[in-house]
Every structure is written in C-alpha cells, then in structure tokens.
Ligand binder design. Structure first.
Ligand code: APR
Length: 234
C-alpha cells in the first residue's frame, strides 16, 4: 500500500461551516491574536482567552464532517493514510480517520498550566469554567498551541512526512511556521505533492512536482482521491 500523508488546515473544515483564520471573513479579522492566542494573553486576560475557546468549542459541537473529511477517511480502505492537521476541531476523527496528529492542539482537551502532560478530555459540553483546576492544583488551560509557544508534535510530524510516497495538502495558507515547513520534509524531490485549496497558499518554496487543484475541499478532495485510487489500485 502507498503511504499517503494528508496535511490539512482550516480550509478542510470551511465546508463544515467553521471559519478559517486568514480569509476575508476569517477569525483573525475579528479578533487580535495577541488578545486571545498568546501565553501573555492567558496571563493578562484569562477570562477573554477562556471565553474565546469556549465559543470555538460551543460552535464546533454543532459541526459535522464534510465530503472532504469523509473522502480522506475512506482512503484508508486502499492506502496507508496518516493525517496531520493544524486544526483543533475533531472532524477528521468524526469522519473515521484512525491516525490523526494534531499539530496545534485540540479544542476538546484541557491541560494543566504547569504540567503539559496532564491532559484531560472534555467529555461533556463546551464550557471551561475560569477556576477549573488540574489534579496538580494548577489552573487548567485550553490544550492549544498559542503563538510564541513551541510545537511539540512538529518532530513526529516531520518523521511521518519523511515516509510519505504522496503528500496531499488541503486548505492551508502555508503562512504559519513551523507547520508550513512540513512540505520540505518529504523524502526526496520525486514525491508528488497535491494541493487542494481555492485560494493561493504560499507554495513558493515547494520544489517537488506540485499539482494545485483550485477547488474547495468538499469538491476537490473527493475528486482527487478518486483519481488517485484509480491510478494506484488498477
Ligand atoms: N476548502 C478548502 N480550502 C479553503 C476553503 C474551502 N472551502 N475556504 C478557504 N480555504 C483555504 C484558504 O484559501 C486558505 O488557503 O483555507 C486556507 C486557510 O488559511 P488560514 O486561515 O491561514 O488557516 P491555516 O493555514 O489552517 O492556519 C494555520 O494559523 O492561526 C493559526 O493555529 C492557527 O492552525 C492555524 C494556523
């Protein structure tokens, strides 16, 4: 079986009704990153940060996977698939993808402010109360990688990309590092890279054979995967 790595960003969930970050109507048009998505913001204005992620979580509970997520999950029938996502939603898991690495954390988890290994699932509802504590006595925070923080899952993600026979990139502006640099970690210059995105992600640094399918995810991903299935399983 071919090893196919799918690297996704906010665009893969756009067709499920979740806002992207940098499009005209994106989240960063309505919020300032330094108010809600930095460690300093959490110290300075804890209530606003917790509220921001409570709203994201509440919104995400009503969202369902779209045809793009479903096609990626269905690919496991004929390929060895690993998903690496920048998204904090769980729509890949809801669609049935079995191997999903979250580079930027997960909305449905909280962790101790002091011990990054003390991670808790939110099994019920959407609300993190301001004074909720971990068992080590410290306050809980969203299990999200804020701007300015290290990305602990980056190394494992690089290793996964290095083993890919094919890399598929879906719905990301490739503007945020180190995540965007994953496209450089393919094994050699022959590995084909497919990009499904209706916009113009920053592909300037990609040296591998690149096919840009300028479609939204729910349309372009099923089309691409059908084509690859025909090519690889005949
Ligand atoms: N289908 C596919 N792609 C889409 C769609 C759609 N329906 N609509 C928009 N897009 C594309 C845009 O063209 C853009 O290239 O999705 C991309 C979204 O880019 P960003 O908003 O920058 O999101 P992303 O690349 O995931 O951001 C990376 O930035 O703020 C941080 O931590 C956050 O993980 C996030 C990171």
């Amino acid at each position: 079986m071919k090893r196919i790595v799918v690297f996704t960003g906010a665009g893969v969930s756009a067709d499920s009704g979740i806002s992207t970050f940098r499009d005209a109507d994106g989240l960063w048009a309505n919020y300032r990153i330094e108010d809600v998505c930095t460690p300093e913001a959490l110290q300075r204005n804890r209530a606003q940060v917790i509220e921001f992620y409570n709203m994201r979580r509440r919104e995400s509970l009503t969202k369902r996977p779209n045809a793009g997520h479903l096609a990626i999950a269905a690919m496991e029938e004929w390929a060895d698939v690993q998903v690496i996502t920048q998204n904090v939603d769980n729509l890949h898991e809801q669609a049935g993808s079995k191997r999903v690495l979250h580079l930027h954390g997960e909305l449905m988890k909280l962790r101790s402010e002091r011990n990054p290994d003390l991670i808790y699932d939110i099994n019920d509802g959407w609300e993190q109360s301001l004074d909720a504590k971990a068992e080590d006595g410290s306050l809980l925070r969203p299990h999200i990688v804020f701007f300015g923080e290290s990305v602990p899952m980056f190394e494992p993600a690089c290793q996964i990309v290095a083993e890919a026979d094919i890399l598929i990139v879906v719905g990301t502006s490739l503007a945020v590092y180190p995540a965007a640099s994953l496209v450089y970690y393919v094994r050699d210059r022959q590995v084909p890279i497919y990009l499904v995105d209706p916009g113009n992600p920053d592909t300037a640094m990609i040296r591998n054979p690149l096919t840009h399918i300028k479609e939204r995810g729910a349309v372009g991903v099923p089309q691409l995967l059908e084509q690859l299935k025909n090519e690889l399983t005949k």
